[in-house]
Design a protein around this ligand. Structure first.
Ligand code: ACO
Length: 403
């Protein structure tokens, strides 16, 4: 039997905080988040201002280097990224090995890790600042190419090479949606919505995937290996996978006849594992400031694309209204999170459902990089949580015939 007294004698006291609900793993100067007040700031700048006025690459620079760039710095940064958008031709062969039904997140994490094979010096624990910089630029530059190729590969379409005359978001959309057989028109409404979505996802302090990136990186693992691990964490349905689950849930409600109250009741039933996807957040207990911005953006995008009568948007609005006035959700402080509306925008932009979490990864990349770099520069010790042991204390081995 478990003897806590004996255990204490052996190991001393250990703080148990399952899910790290109140345990800080690091000091960080990147993102400030106040869940009670619904405040999110990157390097001190309010998310509302950045979403309205900035561009994704400018925000990436801010997160990674700590200050907004001058024009010359931004030109240099984006110029460098543009220069590295191509991926090694041998990487195309890796796509051929995946069954066509492979989830794009599996391909993305595999190919990001595979970058270590193409840039072997990236695994060195003693990177010079220049080498670190080059790895960062490469990753930011190649991720959209790899992400778009996961989709093209799954569809059986020819893969598009990056267009270096286009900006970051426009180039990604081009690689996703253009065909060699027809001219592709970039829609500025779509580019601007994508910029906003990526900015809103760019960092969120020590969430599950970012903590994973830092934890893996704390063993002196490479940037590519650490980010690959973060992509896998993000894929989980309780984290980034929720945006895909939201749309699937809205579609299921529509297919079921559109009765939102039936699903609200299911979510409240403790014997039913169903949860309202896109509701609730570990740290935001009043509202998610990103959800506020994204809700307005969803309305604008759907208007601009003539899709304001989308049945899914109507179901989403009904669910939100019902939940905001229902005692169960009020008591537990369950509000729509960023994923609730991001899926609706992605769908309106023509991005297929299984690519939603890839889009999240594209947005979160600067945050992962900034956090990995900060961890390295601060020379943080290897992450190694403790445990409270609850198993047998000591047993003698018995031969198989005696068991
Ligand atoms: N639907 C119904 N009930 C819920 C929901 C939900 N979406 N979320 C939480 N609850 C209930 C729980 O059942 C629990 O009820 P109880 O106190 O009666 O047992 C209470 O609210 C607290 O929930 P916890 O799971 O303890 O909250 P936690 O902070 O651990 O989880 C999480 C947060 C994972 C986001 C959760 O709210 C959830 O599963 N939401 C749906 C998935 C989702 O949208 N994830 C995206 C998160 S945002 C992001 O990653 C960008």
């Amino acid at each position: 039997a478990f003897d806590i007294g004996k255990l204490r004698d052996q190991t001393g006291y250990v703080t148990l905080d399952s899910g790290y609900k109140n345990t800080g793993a690091t000091k960080s100067a990147i993102t400030f988040l106040d869940g009670e007040e619904g405040i999110l700031r990157y390097r001190g700048y309010p998310i509302e201002q950045l979403a309205e006025k900035s561009s994704f690459l400018e925000v990436a620079y801010l997160l990674i280097y700590g200050a907004l760039p001058t024009q010359a710095e931004l030109d240099h940064f984006s110029g460098q990224i543009t220069k590295h958008t191509l991926v090694h031709e041998d990487m195309r062969k890796i796509f051929d090995g995946f069954p066509s039904a492979t989830h794009p997140m599996a391909i993305l994490s595999s190919l990001i890790c595979a970058l270590t094979g193409f840039y072997p010096q990236s695994v060195s624990p003693d990177l010079s600042p220049e080498e670190m910089e080059l790895n960062i630029i490469r990753l930011l530059a190649k991720m959209p190419t790899i992400a778009a190729w996961t989709y093209k590969n799954n569809m059986g379409h020819p893969l598009n090479y990056p267009r270096n005359d286009m900006d970051y978001c426009a180039n990604f959309l081009y690689m996703m949606f253009s065909f060699p057989t027809e001219k592709y028109e970039i829609n500025p409404v779509v580019v601007s919505a994508l910029n906003k979505l990526l900015i809103l996802h760019a960092d969120h302090e020590q969430n599950c995937s970012t903590s994973t990136v830092r934890l893996v990186g704390s063993a002196n693992a490479s940037l590519y290996g650490s980010v690959s691990a973060g992509i896998n964490a993000l894929w989980g349905p309780l984290h980034g996978g929720a945006n895909q689950e939201v749309i699937e849930m809205l579609e299921a409600i529509e297919a079921d006849g559109g009765d939102t109250s039936k699903f609200i009741n299911k979510a409240k039933d403790k014997n039913d594992p169903f949860r309202l996807m896109g509701f609730g957040h570990r740290v935001y207990k009043n509202f998610d400031p990103r959800a506020k911005i994204i809700k307005v953006a969803a309305d604008e995008v759907l208007q601009a694309l003539g899709m304001q009568d989308s049945p899914l948007l109507k179901i989403a609005q009904e669910l939100e209204q019902a939940a905001l006035t229902d005692q169960y959700f009020i008591e537990r402080k369950l509000y729509p999170n960023v994923d609730f509306y991001s899926g609706i925008i992605y769908k309106a932009l023509g991005i297929p459902t299984e690519m939603f979490t890839v889009m999240f990864a594209l947005g979160r990349l600067p945050g992962w990089i900034a956090q990995w770099k900060e961890m390295r520069e601060n020379k943080e010790p290897i992450g190694r949580p403790r445990q409270i042991y609850t198993g047998e204390l000591e047993r003698d081995y018995q031969g198989i015939e005696a068991r």
